[in-house]
Design a protein around this ligand. Structure first.
Ligand SMILES: [Zn+2]
Length: 163
């Protein structure tokens, strides 16, 4: 395609050659690119994004997400992640303590994803940062949280009640 790409060089993500990526990417040229990116950042699963927007396969979503730096944005979006835990509580096997912790955490996180209760021991942002790429993907695909996640929030919730 001979279309010109007006994105600033090296500004959105370091080493990836964005111009070359964009020339081959179905999402960069997609009419609903913004919606696709917002869905990804809101922890929607790449499989369902692929289906809804008529993309070829999930790797299209992953390649685009890497190229334009969506992974760190999604990771910072703790609020959306918690909404997903709460929403899915009835559908998938999310343990009760995890749901309770998510509801409590959700009520304390502002729109920017910052924890607003300074006296609280648990920092959900920090917990999400501790999750490996694999754990984050498992979470995005089917809402599975690592075992240590529920351990962490469970322990801290009871600590807080001793006062
Ligand atoms: Zn792209």
């Amino acid at each position: 395609m001979g279309r010109e790409i007006t994105m600033p060089r090296n500004e959105r993500s370091g080493s990836v050659n964005l111009g070359r990526h964009a020339a081959e990417c179905k999402i960069c040229a997609h009419g609903q690119r913004d919606e696709i990116e917002l869905d990804f950042i809101a922890w929607r699963s790449p499989a369902s994004i692929t289906k809804q927007y008529g993309l070829r396969n999930r790797s299209t979503v992953y390649r685009h997400a890497h190229a334009v730096g969506l992974f760190p944005k999604r990771q910072r979006n703790v609020r959306a992640a918690l909404e997903k835990i709460i929403e899915r509580a009835g559908e998938v096997d999310v343990t009760a303590p995890a749901v309770v912790a998510a509801v409590q955490a959700y009520s304390k996180i502002n729109v920017a994803g910052q924890w607003i209760d300074r006296s609280e021991h648990v920092d959900l942002n920090a917990i999400f940062e501790k999750m490996t790429a694999q754990e984050l993907e498992a979470y995005a695909q089917n809402g599975t949280l690592p075992a240590w996640f529920t351990g962490t929030v469970g322990a801290t919730a009871s600590d807080g009640q001793k006062e």
